[in-house]
Write a protein that binds this ligand. Sequence first.
Ligand code: AMP
Length: 424
Amino acid sequence: MSKTKFNTHHGMVDLLPGEIEQWQALESIVRETARLFHFQEIRTPVLEQTELIARGVGQLTDIVSKEMFAFDRGEDRYVLRPEGTAPVARAYVQNHLAQRGGTQRLFYIGPFFRAERPQKGRQRQFHQFGAELIGASSAIADAEIIAFMQTVYNRVGITNTSLKLNSVGDPESRDAYRKALYNYFQPISGKLSEISRKRLETNPMRILDSKEEEDQPLKIDAPKIFDYLSNRSKEHFNAVTDHLERLHISYVLDPFLVRGLDYYTETAFELTSPDLGSQDALGGGGRYDLLIEDVGGPPTPAVGFACGMERLMIACDALGITMADPPGPDIYFVTRGEAAARWALEFMPDLRTNGLVCTMDYSGRSLKAQMKDANRQQARYTVIVGEQELEKNRITLRNMEKSEETTVHPEELAGSVTAIQKSR
Ligand code: AMP
């Protein structure tokens, strides 16, 4: 009988040793940045109620209308979460986080799912880190959120990014703007792409988002939202740009930036990178002052961002940035004979207590094979030990990079290796 081979689903990948170190390093950078901004982690379930996402993200969005992994079980409708903001809003309401007082400053890291057509930088299971600042309406909160996002990229070393900024206004501004867009595009609707023609009837602002070639010349002269913003929205937006300038965070105004999710109000932003190709968005976010109320909470202003981790990795590859140290052990014990192997096994716990990463051969291989294995594992040092060495109470420490050997007392081993590591 032939054996069946199993593969991951299309658009879903395994993260393997050798690359996982980069991911762990990125997660550490995100956690450390969150700590510095005084945000705390929140972990929500991977499955949510379909209705929450439909209501939160918006029925007419691409995410809800065609990209959800959803299924029913009995009466319950489940969806694999396609984004993090609606789940965090749900958690905020369900767990009465408002009662803790003040603003809630939350961040998350995790997998998300969208049934999109996979391509470079676009997967069906992907990962995001993001942050939500809930309970603050001030433009200072918008600036802090953008600064948080930007700081992660600065710490990673990705600095050639572009921050696009727009306001999508409050509901009144948006209503007026939608009408103006409709009136502008309706007479030329025959020239629009098919998808934009549909959007004209459902959500004309999404036409501005269109990447279809035939829509580009038609967009240029479309009305700009700035001309339709209420005074309050204008003031808020001006305050955001003012704060960003004081923080020396550069931005470009992009009147066509509307973002694909319905819950945004006021500030909308996106961070792009020239190193990503056609899927050039590293991350984005904005204000969502109505979402908490939409999912059953009290009126609560909020602002947040979400960033794609795969895309950050692609940018790192393009720029030659490595965040993680090579994964090799500090010490690999190369042993000759069973007594030496037993000795190494018993010696390693102390070294590990001292913070040194150590390993050994587990299969009684020849010295040559062990040295080869130490090299393959990128060990920084090998300790070569046999019966003779044990009798003399002296072992050979080999610096693999420099091919230098010294003889040390076993008790001196931890000290010598740590001293050399520190001096590097
Ligand atoms: P969004 O929630 O759509 O605003 O997405 C925020 C960020 O997540 C985007 O800028 C991308 O970097 C990333 N992202 C969104 N969808 C995908 C996907 N299907 N595959 C990989 N990354 C994605």
